[in-house]
Design a protein around this ligand. Structure first.
Ligand SMILES: Nc1ncnc2c1ncn2[C@@H]1O[C@H](COP(=O)(O)OP(=O)(O)O)[C@@H](O)[C@H]1O
Ligand SMILES: O=P(O)(O)OC[C@H](O)CO
Length: 504
């Protein structure tokens, strides 16, 4: 019997497949990492063909580990690193360039040029997004401008654009032999090309970025049947029925469906999404407005998002660049070997600062140093920086949305760090709650796919599957919290205006 849903999670560092049963428990998991291609400072690429191979591999491995075949799958869901941009040839299936990853900053000159004419927020009323290298539009334009003949071929409809969901779906549904070329509203809302109200590509935006409509995928809901895989696939004939960008998927997997519900995912970066319901709220405090989900023909639900570029990546940096630790989890023991940060603050503005600052001219800084400071203090400052950045984002949420946050649901690799989670609750003054199923991203994609095929009946059924694992209550006194936050903001101010003609 088809008692399971398979979710593909195509992330920044790896691709996972997870199989869930009706109670939302994981019964089979597989994960394969892919190469991070870093040809120049600020450039980050992935090989889309390597990723597609990995998708097939993890599907096979997860089925084998769960001892299941496709006949026991009711649906497949897809979730993905957002914004990462692929352009490929529809007749050969070959990408014309490596994928440009969301972290890639090579398009800063185009961003500056467009911002000089109308400001960094000139497209925000339509898209909910500031002009930034983060989103897909300038990445598509860069590929069209730098690959020989690409622009003409895109105009002639020979090249296709997709974010990773679209690339995986097109390949999974047959590729050059009739692959389905579509995306979902959550991914489309990260391109700088979609109108948040009409949920369609906007001609004025396409003009501004010089992107031909012919290469764009159709925009569909997050939960409907998009297609099926051909006979050669391990998931042949199983409906592919859910697509959500990974942060929206984690929100959905946390059962944070309503206005006022929020989650924060602590992975490579850190992404807080706060549900605002059916009405669009346009942030005046540095947040993005994004589509949270849309189920079939239902109304779209929106969220305010605070995107933080560097969170777990800072722990990796302590490990790989400074050699302070040999595995990421070791950071907890090192950081808690001292009672406080010893006066040190670390602002990880490695590629500028994202929300709520949006300052591409910022670079990282370690401040407050005295001879007293040890590597343990620096490790502590590194963890604290994630909590402080989250507080900055939540302050912006509280200014934009009238509903105060009751508790913050958390997930992602760093949520395993109990010391960080306690500090987070202290710095927010709000309880922090972690669910039993830590794999909320894949679960969210499975939920979306399962709803589309009637595997689960409705959101209430999904809400009932959410179970609390652990809760951290705030214990720090307000005066101490305020003192730490004042110092943090002083530290942030030291990182601004760093990039100029002498710094490249
Ligand atoms: N115990 C820990 N304490 C702090 N950071 C951790 C811990 N375990 C993992 N991490 C960090 O979490 C990140 C991995 O989380 P994950 O959710 O898998 O990220 P992603 O989906 O972005 O690849 C890594 O950047 C790693 O440095
Ligand atoms: O793949 P992740 O978990 O690092 O998430 C990346 C985000 O979707 C970028 O917006």
């Amino acid at each position: 019997m088809a008692d399971h849903i398979l979710a593909i999670d195509q992330g920044t560092t790896s691709t996972r497949a997870m199989i869930f049963d009706r109670s939302g428990e994981t019964v089979g998991v597989a994960q394969v990492e892919h190469r991070q291609l870093l040809p120049r400072p600020g450039w980050v690429e992935h090989d889309p063909l390597e990723i597609w191979r990995n998708v097939r591999e993890v599907i096979g491995q997860s089925l084998a580990r769960a001892e299941l075949t496709r006949h026991e799958l009711a649906a497949v869901g897809i979730t993905n690193q957002r914004e990462t941009t692929v352009v490929w040839d529809r007749s050969t299936g070959r990408p014309v360039h490596n994928a440009l990853v969301w972290q890639d900053t090579r398009t800063q000159p185009m961003v500056d040029r467009l911002a000089a004419d109308g400001g960094a927020n000139r497209f925000a009323p339509t898209t909910g997004l500031p002009l930034s290298t983060y989103f897909a539009a300038t990445k598509i334009a860069w590929i069209l401008d730098h690959v020989d003949g690409a622009r003409g071929r895109a105009e002639a409809g020979e090249l296709l654009f997709g974010t990773m969901d679209t690339w995986v779906l097109w390949n999974l549904t047959g590729g050059v032999r009739g692959g389905v070329h579509c995306t979902d509203v959550t991914n489309a809302s990260r391109t700088l090309l979609m109108d948040l109200e009409t949920l369609d590509w906007d001609d004025r935006l396409l003009d501004a970025f010089g992107i031909p409509r012919a290469m764009l995928p159709g925009i569909r809901s997050s939960s409907e049947v998009y297609g099926t895989a051909p006979a050669t696939s391990l998931v042949h004939s199983v409906p592919i029925a859910g697509i959500l960008g990974d942060q929206q998927a984690a929100t959905f997997g946390q059962a944070a469906f309503g206005a006022g519900d929020a989650k924060n995912t602590y992975g490579t970066g850190c992404f807080l999404l706060f549900g605002i319901g059916e009405q669009i709220v346009r942030s005046e405090h540095g947040l993005i407005t994004t589509v949270a989900y849309r189920l079939g023909d239902g109304p779209p639900r929106y969220a305010l998002e605070g995107s933080i570029a560097v969170a777990g990546a800072l722990v990796q940096w302590l490990r790989d660049n400074l050699g302070f630790i040999s595995t990421a989890p070791e950071v907890e023991a090192l950081a808690t070997s001292v009672p406080d940060n010893g006066g040190a603050y670390l602002v990880p503005a490695f590629s500028g600062l994202f929300a709520p600052y949006w300052r591409s001219d910022a670079r990282g800084a370690l401040v407050g140093l005295t001879r007293f400071v040890t590597k343990a203090h620096i490790a502590r400052a590194a963890l604290e920086s994630t909590a402080f950045q989250t507080r900055d984002v939540l302050d912006a949420v509280n200014r934009d949305a009238a509903v105060p946050l009751a508790e913050l649901r958390v997930d992602g690799g760093m949520a395993a760090n109990a010391a960080l989670m306690q500090f987070q609750a202290d710095i927010l003054g709000v309880p922090v709650v972690r669910p039993k199923v830590a794999e909320t991203t894949a679960l969210g994609a499975a939920f979306a796919a399962g709803l589309a095929v009637g595997f689960w009946a409705d959101l209430d059924e999904l809400r009932a599957l959410w179970r609390e694992d652990r809760r951290w209550e705030p214990t720090m006194d307000a005066a101490e919290r305020d003192r730490l936050l004042r110092n943090w903001h002083k530290a942030v101010s030291k990182t601004l205006d760093w990039v100029d003609d002498d710094v490249r």
